[in-house]
Design a protein around this ligand. Structure first.
Ligand code: OGA
Ligand code: NI
Length: 360
């Protein structure tokens, strides 16, 4: 039955309203439109998380100042273990002031909760626009939509001008992204060392040459068992730093089980993206993750900052030569971020790693 409906026109009708999922909730709907329905098998599989599963490691960065209690070697060892096994870790004492994190979540909430007439003015899918608001970047390419709206903006290398950002959130976005760049540079140094390379290696490969900020709003969902907040995917970045509120719902896939990522007050979540898996020749892993539809009453806010270049980016990436040997030949062919991103966007979030397209 469901297969016969005219999905494209229903998707377009929703998109044309420019009010996002938040607008549907404000209209008081009690059933979600069928464009948001995911196949039953996806919603119920794979197995639910087991409490016996190992927890995502938490790493104390000691404010980036390493002394006898938090030594650099210990931190590198913890990070190496975390990214080889999970592709994910949380960081505390990361140097980003708590009030900047709190303000960031606050202003993102305020943006998404302002009058729909104001929000509509920013609603766009124009690739030439830097700051835009929309619901589901892959609305037209993915088989099922997600219960989420998002603000999208590149913050580096071209720093947006204050006047090009909404007054309600612009200053804080600029401040938070500046802090994320500093933390990101530290994490890339530690990751370089964890690979046995010079601390500046990943930075010199331009891994920190771009920062994309996605500020998500996950409204309460009246039928959370039929859809997702974000469907299963891995990130197309080198690295992602995620700020999430206390609501939860993020899960990572570990050995076929979904493991909850518990929100920790003041912590940030770090995960590796596909591009880092590619250049480390699978030494570090980019793990699949998803966000369950929000079953609580309050909306969930998260801010994902991706270290990835804006397009077009013709810089060529392949497995790092220093990591290769006869026993460890390259597993991926060279690609550019432009080519990689095109593959990623064309697929939408469908749960299959785009990395497979680049295997030798
Ligand atoms: C993402 C993502 C998780 C979240 O934006 O890629 O995985 O909690 N976000 O919003
Ligand atoms: Ni992600």
């Amino acid at each position: 039955m469901e297969a016969t409906y005219d999905r494209t026109s229903e998707v377009k009708a929703f998109d044309d309203t420019k009010i996002g999922v938040k607008g549907l909730v404000d209209a008081g709907i009690s059933q979600i439109p069928r464009i948001f329905h995911h196949p039953h098998t996806t919603v119920t599989n794979p197995k639910p998380s087991s409490t016996a599963m190992t927890k995502i490691p938490t790493v104390d960065l000691g404010g980036g100042v390493f002394d006898s209690t938090v030594t650099r070697e210990n931190v590198i060892e913890m990070i190496r273990n975390a990214v080889e096994r999970f592709g994910f870790f949380q960081v505390v004492n990361h140097g980003i002031p708590i009030d900047v994190m709190e303000k960031m979540k606050d202003v993102i909430r305020k943006f998404h909760e302002q009058d729909s007439e104001v929000r509509k003015k920013f609603y766009s899918r124009d690739i030439n626009k830097n700051f835009k608001y929309n619901s589901n970047f892959d609305l037209y390419s993915s088989p099922s939509a997600n219960w989420r709206d998002t603000l999208t903006c590149f913050m580096f290398p071209d720093v947006p001008k204050t006047e090009d950002l909404p007054e309600i959130c612009g200053d804080i976005m600029l401040e938070y992204s500046k802090q994320v760049m500093i933390l990101g540079e530290l994490i890339f140094e530690l990751l370089s060392e964890a690979l046995g390379l010079n601390p500046n290696h990943l930075k010199e490969m331009d891994c920190t040459k771009g920062l994309l900020m996605l500020s998500h709003y996950y409204p309460s969902c009246p039928e959370p068992d039929l859809t997702f907040g974000t469907s299963q995917h891995s990130d197309r970045s080198f690295l992602t730093i995620l700020l999430q509120d206390h609501i939860g719902g993020l899960q990572v896939l570990e050995n076929g089980y979904w493991v909850d990522v518990p929100p920790i007050q003041g912590a940030l979540l770090v995960n590796l993206g596909d591009l880092l898996q590619l250049i480390t020749n699978d030494k570090f892993v980019s793990v699949e993750h998803r966000v369950l539809a929000n079953r609580g009453e309050k909306p969930r806010i998260s801010v994902a900052t991706f270290f990835v270049h804006p397009l077009p980016s013709l810089r060529v990436y392949g497995p790092i030569k220093e990591l290769l040997s006869e026993q460890n030949p390259p597993k991926y062919r060279d690609t550019t971020i432009t080519e990689y991103t095109r593959h990623y966007m064309a697929r939408g979030l469908d749960g299959n790693s785009v990395l497979l397209d680049f295997k030798i």
